[in-house]
Design a protein around this ligand. Structure first.
Ligand SMILES: [Zn+2]
Length: 257
């Protein structure tokens, strides 16, 4: 009798800890991750090349999500993206506080603190919740050799030119190749020297992240550098779907060498 009672008490407690996973209409696996009063859905697609992972964390970057899903089907590489409110930032509440975070600034402690302080509220509770979300996302990187992130930017703002001497991002770059005939919003950012050399040879805009002087902003490229996962970000202007797919095709070719 006592054992039955214990089981009745323990099973619901245990099941609270397990994040719910379901399949949606597109046959994607959806893992629900609670975040304060909200839920972030990690939407995942399968693929047999499971040393690699495609990822998008900014849901307003719909071109990147489309490119990622199409690329995954073509090359059989798994993917994951964050589904919440189709905004860049994630806004959530807990214990009467409202927080706003950039989901590409939460993968180190410094990044979590900064992204919370940059917005409306900072508290220890908000920090713990943000860190717990980051852990659920980086869990997807377990056993991965390569992460291929997909992002979109806006014409004429952040671009490969930001990495030139004197630019806002210059400290993060140790090497840079700019093809003046290409759109400066379309480029690859990587932590991997052989990939950098391969793309440069083909006159593709590319930045190599510094191993010494990168800024710990909590972004995924920093997390990958610190955790010895190879990283490439395919960054294109919003709407440049065919360019993003073309850059992915070149990177896949590099993997197959
Ligand atoms: Zn982005």
């Amino acid at each position: 009798m006592k054992i039955v009672y214990l089981l009745l008490v323990m099973v619901p407690l245990f099941s609270c800890k397990v994040h719910r996973q379901n399949r949606n209409d597109s046959n994607e696996i959806v893992k629900d991750v609670p975040l304060g009063d909200s839920v972030i859905h990690l939407v995942k697609g399968d693929g047999i090349k499971d040393n690699y992972l495609l990822m998008n964390v900014h849901e307003n970057e719909q071109t990147a999500i489309h490119a990622m899903v199409r690329g995954s089907m073509k090359y059989s590489i798994p993917y994951v993206y964050l589904h919440h409110t189709r905004q860049r930032r994630i806004v959530f509440s807990s214990s009467d506080n409202t927080y706003s975070i950039d989901p590409n600034r939460i993968y180190t402690l410094n990044g979590c603190i900064k992204t919370l302080k940059d917005s409306m509220t900072f508290s220890k509770d908000g920090l713990e919740l943000t860190h717990a979300l980051a852990e659920q996302i980086t869990e997807e990187l377990k056993d991965k050799q390569w992460l291929i992130a997909m992002h979109n930017n806006t014409d004429g703002k952040y671009s490969i030119l930001s990495y030139q001497d004197g630019g806002e991002e210059a400290q993060n770059a140790t090497d840079l190749y700019i093809n003046p005939k290409e759109d400066s919003d379309d480029f690859v950012y990587t932590t991997n020297r052989p990939l950098f050399d391969f793309l440069k040879l083909q006159k593709i805009n590319v930045v190599l992240q510094s191993k010494e002087s990168f800024v710990d902003d909590g972004s995924m490229s920093v997390y990958c550098e610190l955790n010895k996962i190879q990283y490439a970000n395919i960054e294109t202007q919003h709407g440049h779907l065919s360019k993003q797919l073309q850059l992915l095709a070149v990177i896949v070719k590099f993997f197959e060498l």
